[in-house]
Design a protein around this ligand. Sequence first.
Ligand SMILES: CC(C)(COP(=O)(O)OP(=O)(O)OC[C@H]1O[C@@H](n2cnc3c(N)ncnc32)[C@H](O)[C@@H]1OP(=O)(O)O)[C@@H](O)C(=O)NCCC(=O)NCCS
Length: 189
Amino acid sequence: MNTPTLETKRLILRKFTEQDMEALYLILKDEEVNKFLPWYPIKNIEETKKFYEERYASKYAQPQGYAYAICLKEDNFPIGYINVDMEEHHDFGYGLRKEFWHRGIVTEAGKAVVGQVKKDGLAYITATHDKNNPRSGNVMKKVGMRYCYSYEEQWQPKDIPVIFRMYQLNFNGNTDFVVWSVRNVLYTL
Ligand SMILES: CC(C)(COP(=O)(O)OP(=O)(O)OC[C@H]1O[C@@H](n2cnc3c(N)ncnc32)[C@H](O)[C@@H]1OP(=O)(O)O)[C@@H](O)C(=O)NCCC(=O)NCCS
């Protein structure tokens, strides 16, 4: 199953489609929203289409995946995204247009996506955030993730040193299991 549509009290979580390029552009063009993400703000609809092909359409072509557009129920128009990667880390990531921050929208979406991946049998998810982006860490905590360690990386493509905080949530009952995938761990508190 790939990105099965989910409904919460206020939201529809669904696949992005080719009809959503304007909506996706509004999410990806904002400097502040994209500051802590591994790409530069998108400049036009052409770049948005490329982003969609590389990061969404290609994922939807796989047998399993979780790459959601976050939409309010009232208009089903994407205002953000939330994903769980199918690679080894099962990285959990999200972003939302600034106008919609401070309303609990990503936490509501996150709980639904976590419920779905758990139901589908993933063993765990992980997530990392720049230590200067604590709002993202708050979402991780609110969906039940546990802080594990911090590490430093010369982060690409922006080529800046970043201290990341790594969170994990296990679904297989093994509360101690941690994905130690990086060498440059700085500390665990
Ligand atoms: C990270 C990000 C998604 C967090 O957005 P957010 O709106 O703070 O997330 P939440 O959904 O958890 O909302 C929490 C806020 O909503 C408030 N809230 C209002 N109604 C709420 C409700 N019904 N339920 C829960 N919280 C509610 C909370 O009190 C909290 O308020 P605060 O922002 O004043 O502390 C957002 O900052 C973002 O898009 N950043 C840019 C992209 C990014 O950095 N992504 C992560 C990369 S690692």
